[in-house]
Write a protein that binds this ligand. Structure first.
Ligand SMILES: [Zn+2]
Length: 423
């Protein structure tokens, strides 16, 4: 049996719906992937794990001085509830949370630029803000074409620095508030925190010659709110399924483990859970191959390698042999490769990035209707993955050293907040 980008794309179409961490839809997608994996004859099962989830019942933001206007907001899941009747406070725009800004934020509802990063959250909490406002999108967004992002106060923030009232709004509204000199605001937030179940779909093909050497494959199948996640990352998920099909028929020399990870978008929760549950076998892992975003018609192939320059040279040479243009580089990649590299397992990511104007991610535009994906483009990454796997699997001696370069170790430590990023 040959791999088929056409068949892969058909499965992608079937799974083109929103699949947020810990939801029924994520579970339904996992069941579908499980059934498909089992249909290849491989041993496949689901491994569950718990995720900290939150539901938002009510979120409200009203400017009360010097003008009165209510703005559309979404509450951060797992945010702190406001007291009965809401809270009234001064408003302050703290831009990028510099020391100058921090002098002025105490007791205020503070608007900051972009995402709520861990370091800024720590500073704002220490400065005792009354609430945090972030914004998403762009100032020219049309209401009918866009959504106001739903975000979550992740445990990496709250475990260390406590809870806070946090809302997200549209960029155009944030700009209007600042422009019109908003001075006082009224904020209401009510939500509930609970434990939800997420799951990884796992399949194994035992190696015929070196069963104790494990090559681990990863692709996350969850999406964010509003996104059908066809590009990010059902594209990688269906490529993995083709590899499973292929090696179910042509048995590998080494043991291949295929994992479709849940809850990646919430902070790599699926791969972190898998690595924690399989700690005792990680020393047998010789390589992790991760596929996260593919199938972009107009785009470019990238292979960030979390290992050594030697590994980069090897992967680059293979891509030249195959005749596929691919920018192979020693670098971290924000995906399920990170927990493996953290444990010393070399990782290669295969990605096809949509180029500017043809690569939509993390919003409603990651959708088949956006017309930026196709099966011919999906086949590029599929062939790269197949070629790389065949070559490393059939090698007499495993060609990639089980080593992570110091610069990658540092980046992984920073990414996982094990040490502070150098400013
Ligand atoms: Zn992704």
């Amino acid at each position: 049996m040959k791999v088929s980008a056409h068949r892969a794309f058909a499965l992608l179409k079937e799974l083109a719906y929103v699949r947020v961490s810990g939801t029924e839809a994520e579970k339904t997608a996992a069941q579908r992937l499980l059934a498909e994996a089992q249909s290849t004859g491989a041993e496949a099962h689901i491994e569950e794990f718990t995720v900290k989830a939150g539901r938002v019942d009510h979120a409200k933001l009203v400017v009360t001085e010097p003008y009165v206007k209510e703005y559309e907001v979404t509450g951060y899941e797992r945010g702190l509830n406001t007291p009965e009747g809401g809270l009234d406070a001064e408003f302050y725009y703290a831009e990028n949370v510099s020391p100058v800004h921090l002098k002025n934020v105490k007791g205020k509802v503070v608007l900051i630029n972009g995402r709520l990063r861990k370091k800024d959250y720590e500073k704002l909490q220490k400065a005792e803000v009354a609430g945090i406002l972030t914004f998403s999108g762009s100032t020219i967004d049309r209401l009918s074409d866009t959504d106001c992002d739903i975000r979550k106060l992740r445990e990496v923030l709250t475990d260390a620095h406590g809870d806070c009232v946090a809302l997200n709004m549209r960029a155009a509204d944030a700009a209007e508030m600042v422009r019109r000199g908003a001075r006082k605001v009224h904020v209401e937030f009510k939500g509930e925190n609970y434990d939800a179940t997420s799951q990884n779909v796992c399949a194994v093909i035992e190696g015929t010659q070196y069963p104790d050497e494990i090559i681990s494959f990863g692709a996350h199948y969850d999406s964010v709110h509003f996104s059908t996640g066809v590009y990010d990352n059902m594209s990688g998920s269906v490529i993995l399924m083709e590899l499973l099909r292929y090696f179910s028929e042509y048995k590998p020399a080494r043991t291949l483990k295929f994992n479709w990870y849940g809850s990646e978008e919430q902070g790599l929760l699926g791969s972190k859970a898998w690595v924690a549950a399989h700690e005792d076998e990680l020393d047998k892992h010789v390589l992790m191959i991760n596929i996260d975003v593919a199938a972009a018609t107009l785009g470019t192939n990238i292979a960030p390698v979390l290992a050594t320059e030697g590994a980069v040279g090897y992967v680059d040479a293979l891509m030249r042999e195959l005749g596929v243009a691919c920018e192979t580089k020693l670098d971290i990649y924000s995906s399920d490769c990170v927990p493996f590299a953290d444990k010393g397992v070399p990782a290669v990511n295969l990605c096809r990035f949509g180029t500017q104007g043809a690569g939509y991610i993390h919003d409603r535009r990651d959708n088949l209707k956006s017309n930026y994906l196709d099966e011919r483009a999906l086949d590029i990454t599929l062939q790269q993955a197949l070629y790389l796997t065949k070559r490393v699997d059939s090698a007499a001696v495993f060609p990639i050293e089980r080593k992570i370069a110091d610069e990658i170790k540092d980046k992984v430590d920073e990414y996982l907040f094990k040490k502070d990023k150098k400013d």
